[in-house]
Design a protein around this ligand. Structure first.
Ligand code: DQA
Length: 148
């Protein structure tokens, strides 16, 4: 049994590094994945870092995590599905472990269609606008919550 933090990334986040660097920065998703792996290990967890462009695949991964006691916490950057996906919201409701929402940018400071989050009501924290550091803050916050 290995205590695992699942880190889910939604659509278009595989394009980080080249995608709108003025908004999302220069780091690639694999750069962020490496930072997360190190931070999880330091906090005593295994990091399971994934990305999908497919809503159903994200839903399936969340369902699987809800049935697997190794998963102690979930970090979600659902990309645009944050603002649209009732299916992902319903899947996240299956989890009994804590959830943190992360966004590289601050959606509240952007277009109004980004101001609704279907993830936020299920998360104990939403970390926005810190770039890749937001993932590290989320890992630290989860580790702290899980140690209480
Ligand atoms: C994002 C913000 C979303 O509005 C957008 O659709 C993304 C990235 C972020 O990390 O800032 O794909 O989740």
């Amino acid at each position: 049994m290995s205590k695992t933090i699942l880190i889910l990334n939604g659509p278009n986040l595989n394009m980080l590094g080249t995608r709108e660097p003025g908004i999302y920065g220069a780091s690639s998703l694999s750069d962020i994945g490496k930072l997360c792996a190190e931070a999880c290990e330091k906090a005593g967890f295994k990091g399971d870092f994934r990305q999908s462009n497919h809503e159903g695949e994200l839903v399936t991964w969340v369902q699987q995590a809800s049935q697997d006691a190794n998963f102690k916490g979930v970090i979600v950057n659902a990309g645009a599905y944050t603002h649209t996906s009732v299916a992902l919201h319903d899947a996240l409701r299956l989890l009994s472990c804590p959830i943190v929402e992360v966004h590289l940018s601050n959606p509240m400071a952007r277009e109004s269609f980004r101001h609704t989050s279907y993830v936020a009501p299920l998360a104990f924290a939403s970390i926005c606008g810190l770039g890749p550091t937001g993932y590290l803050v989320a890992i630290e916050a989860l580790a702290k919550k899980l140690s209480n």
